[in-house]
Structure formats: structure tokens, C-alpha cells
Design a binder for this molecule. Sequence first.
Ligand SMILES: [Zn+2]
Length: 515
Amino acid sequence: MIGCLILLLFLCVTVPLLAAVVNNISKPSKVPHLNGNTSSQIDNAPFPYQNPRLPKHIVPLFYIMKLNIQFDKLITDGQVNITLHVTKPTNFIVFHHVLIDIQLVNIYQSRLPTIKPIRIDGKQYNSSLQMFYIKLSSNLAVHTNYTLSIKFTSKVFTDRLKGLYLNNYTDIHGRHRHLAITQFESVFARLAFPCFDEPGFKTPYKIYIARPKNFHVLSNMPTITERSLTSQIVEAEFATTPPLSSYLIAYVIGNLAHLEIKSNSNITLRIWCSPNMLNYTKLAINHAKIVVAQFENLFHMKLNSSKLDMVLAPNYLSGGMENWGLITYPESSAIYMPVENQQRQTVISTVTHEIAHQWFGNIVTIKWWNELWVKEGFATLMEFVSEYKLTTMKQAMASFFQSNHLAALKEDSFFASHALSMPISTLEKIKANYDSIEYAKGACILQMLLFFLGEKTFLQGTEHYLYKWKSKTASNLDLWKSFDKVRKYMLSENPISATMILHYKDSKELIIIYN
Ligand SMILES: [Zn+2]
């Protein structure tokens, strides 16, 4: 995701809207309506689970999600079946949701000939933790698959740019149109569907989306088939995703126009926007083709998808979002009118950054938000690598210095500066972490490592890391181990690299060596 500077500009012009959003967030959400299969809610009892993180021993393995988007009511009626197992005997389940009406919860052992629900002795919701707790009458057995089945209704928001929210635009005939689009990073998938909303839980998703038949729908994966549910409602079935964290799930419902080209590796690249903007998206889609080829060659790893969509939305919170196979942007980040030179660089940087995330963040994902800088630093560094390979080192160094080095020094000089990796547990700290330390300083540290190791070794280490942790999560230590592997001795034995990596990662206000 691209955040800070664009977000600051956005804040200046949208204070009233965001004030409303903040007010809404600070209000405790209503306790969801509960009419599950058994028993009563644990009324007025202290919430039985107090850890701000979900337990690690309850592991989601697969999601099947059926969503019915209803524009007239501004709701999604949904059902999610989550296959899970536990790694130690457990008599409870806890998962995330916020502002969702939970209508029915069942849990049963998967793949038995008849469904025998496990009795639920109580349910409770905590609005601060945004967690729903289910007390079971008996223990779940270790390494046995269970299905957690939840019927729910969530909102299509009009007062915030998170979860699934509504955009309005005008088509070429001057008609007002609607577009529903998701923004789930960092902790907003839970606004759209009940889930285990932490990046460390990476599972495949099978998604079905029903919508009015005059709307088009996109999601992370290609559409397999479409079927009519009624004369007015059509449901799309999408191919199963590779293992993904919840923040990378995305879907868009609207009547957008699009351009389509093929990448060198035969991936379908499409860009979608309101029809009157289509002529200004050629730079973005052509540059997408260039950087997909560039990164596939640099990392010797193809994008594991037959399509990559990019959608432009008029109302958008950040600079761009790297959802797997469905990148979203504000129009301001991907529209280029040829007279605006500065805007040309914005489009190129943003497209490069979000496509770099398909490898750094999507194929290999951080375990927790305290290592946000690894994915954001890498995506920002790849803007620099891409630029010096397409232009000159001198030009790329100049833009990197202006965009990142100065920003990192400035942010690091503030009293509130912090180390790249710092303990994060609360929702507020997760949201506040999207700053120039994570993006610009993270990129500067990685750029120092690139110059120290040399491009060949740096890219070999990166490739080793991507292949070793493909479709999984990894920590920054795993990255250093990959560099160790290709250097054939431990980085910590070298005082220069040890200083760069260990001290910079855990400290603040250290001077960046500008090479
Ligand atoms: Zn990013």
C-alpha cells in the first residue's frame, strides 16, 4: 500500500468526512444479533479472551465465501465456511468482525457423512478487540478438520473508505453511477466478512459474488463461470486463490470501462475506470506490462495468476493497494494527462510499487504488522531498481534521494520517531504505523544493503527468500538468512553489515549512509 504523503494531502481536503469516520470508529459497535444453534449469550460476563492477538493454535485452512451485494439496501448478505483445525485441545473459537450482524454460527466436524453440530454453550462480542468468542460444550480434537459456518450481513459503507464502500462517479452520458470497492489493509477485512484478520493466517479462498445483473464484478482471481440466481441477480464463481492473508482479498462491483493487453508472459493485464477517464490510463497499463516483465526476469519467478486487474476509484483513502490480482488506485495515482510531467512520475512510481508488492507482501507475506517495513521498504526500493534499469543510475538516485532519503531523515528527526520494527499490539498502533519510517527509511536501509552486497548478490538473496517462503509468511530474519546463504557466511560476522541490519532495524535516529 502507498500511504503517507498522499494521505496527508487527502486529509487536508476531507477532514469533515474523516471526522465522521473517526467518530464512528470510536463508538462501541452494537452487539450483534445472535440466534445461533444453541444456548444463550454470556451476558454481562467479562470477555473471556483478553489477548489483542488471535490465538495461534486455532488455524484457518480454507475459506468458502458466498456474498450477495445489494446496492438498494447497501448491504452484503453472506455466508462464510471456514475450515480450521486446532493444534491443542480447545473448547473455544475466537475470530474478528466489526459492524457485522452475525445471524447464525455453527461448527461441525468436516467431511462426516452427516453434519453433527458441536454444541455452542455461549457467545460473546468485544467491540474493543473486535472479536467474537464462541464457547463450545466440548474440546475440539487436535488435527481434526472442523467447519466454522457463519451467516452474516455486513454493510456497504458510505461514511468511510474501508471495508466494502461505495463510490459515485458520472459516466460519459452524465449519468450518476455506483461502484463498490474494497480496502482491507490493514485491519478492515473484518468490516466485510467474519475472518481471522491477521496477516499470519494465510489460506486459499473460494469466492462467489452475486450482484445485480447490470453490474460487472471482479475479484482476486479470474471468473470461472456465471449463473443466474434470479431474473435480476447473477452470481460469479471465481477460481480458488493461492494462500492469502485476509488483507489481500478484494472485490469490485461496478460498470467500469477497461483496456486490456497481454504481458510478455501471457498474463491478461486490464485497467478499469469510469469511461471518461479511460483515455488517460494508457501510461499506467503500458508501464504495468514493462514492470511485470522486469520483475519476472529479476526474480526468475512468474506471477502465479492468469490475470492482473487494476481498478481506479474516484474516492480512495491511500495511494494504492496491492490486492492479489486486483490492484486498486485512486484516480489521482494512475491517470496521466500528457501535459503534466510530475503526474507522469507519480503514475510510474505507484504502478511499480504496487506490482512489486505482488512478490513482496503477496507471494511472501509478513507474519505481523511490526514488520510492515519489510514489504513497504522492498516495494519502495523496487521503484528505485526499476527506474535505474529503465533510465540511468543518476536519475534514479536523484528521485530516490528526494522521495525517500530526505523523508526518512525528516521523520527520524521527530521526537515521535521509532525503530523500523517495534512491538505492535493495538489496532491504533497498527493504523499509525504507516509512516515514512516504514516506507522511506525501510527503503533506505535496503538500498544500503543493495550497495553493500552488490546488485547480483542482493538479487540472488532476494530470489532465494522468495522461493523459500513462496505462499507462506516470513520474518525479516528469514530475509537475512537468505542473504547469508548466497554470501556463504553469516552477515553477523561482518561488522559493517551487522551494524546496518541489526542496529538500523531496532534503533531510531541513526544516520543513513548515502552511497
Ligand atoms: Zn506499499
